[in-house]
Design a protein around this ligand. Structure first.
Ligand code: G3P
Ligand code: MG
Length: 246
């Protein structure tokens, strides 16, 4: 069996608990995941909150855009009841509250913060996230990713020591060369044609490759064989067991 890649819990352990909630991040830590991935947006009053969609409707009992609500309003929402009544009352977390959890647990895993800046650019979100990372002393553990690569260039400009990764889902020519030009140390591709060559090229160029979103043990096994650094998955417990670590 190939060496286990890093197992990174996508939106937390998002099959076991409501995505992007403290419950999902606790479940990932408890399962022994090597890392967590989470999505961030900005509230109306400039606070960094953890939620995948620009709108509240799918995952909470609120409605409308995140950016049109203050933190005080967002704090009243239930981000768990739609997933299951068992999780009713689970709050919509701030990024600070996730960092508090990590500090409480003395957890040393990878923290992949995805800047959701493709629909709304949220000016200032890069600075706000970097400041929180520094306030909690998490630079070593943090990895910022985004589909909006301008956000990653902004991180490189304001905090060149913070690690970044380009997210993409199309087939690109030598994306490691492009990524290096932005100052990135990792690629976050979707599973795509030619993934083995992509992994080989990037690893040879000294970049990490974390592939998303992989929930099948067969695909995880193939990616491990190809030399992927990490696997971003909704089912970290299943993959950890597969690699003999659960
Ligand atoms: O970061 C990997 C993955 O989360 C990207 O897609 O839509 O699940 O945020 P999405
Ligand atoms: Mg994401």
């Amino acid at each position: 069996m190939p060496q286990s890649p890093l197992i990174i819990a996508h939106r937390g352990s998002s099959q076991a608990a409501p995505e992007n909630t403290l419950a999902a991040f606790r479940a990932a830590i408890d399962a022994g995941a090597d890392g967590i991935e989470l999505d961030v947006q900005l509230s109306k009053d400039g606070h960094v909150v953890v939620i995948h969609d620009e709108k509240l409707d799918r995952t909470t009992n609120g409605s409308g855009f995140v950016k049109d609500h203050t933190l005080a309003e967002l704090s009243q929402l239930d981000a768990g009841g739609k997933f299951s009544p068992h999780f009713a009352g689970e709050p919509l977390p701030t990024l600070a509250s996730v960092f508090e959890l990590i500090r409480e647990r003395s957890w040393k895993g990878l923290i992949n913060v995805e800047l959701k800046t493709s629909r709304f650019p949220y000016p200032g979100i890069e600075r706000a996230v970097v400041d929180l990372i520094d306030a909690y002393g998490l630079r070593e553990q943090a990895l910022l990713s985004s589909f909006n690569h301008n956000s990653l260039a902004e991180v490189a400009r304001i905090a060149p020591g913070v690690k970044t990764a380009i997210l993409f889902s199309i087939v690109l020519y030598k994306p490691w060369e492009y990524a290096k030009g932005i100052g990135c140390s990792a690629l976050h591709p979707s599973l795509q044609p030619g993934i083995e060559e992509l992994i080989a090229g990037a690893r040879a160029a000294g970049l990490s490759v974390n592939v998303w979103t992989i929930n099948s043990v067969e695909q995880a096994q193939e990616l491990a064989k190809a030399g992927a650094t990490g696997i971003i998955t909704d089912v970290p417990d299943v993959l950890l067991r597969h690699f003999g670590r659960g």
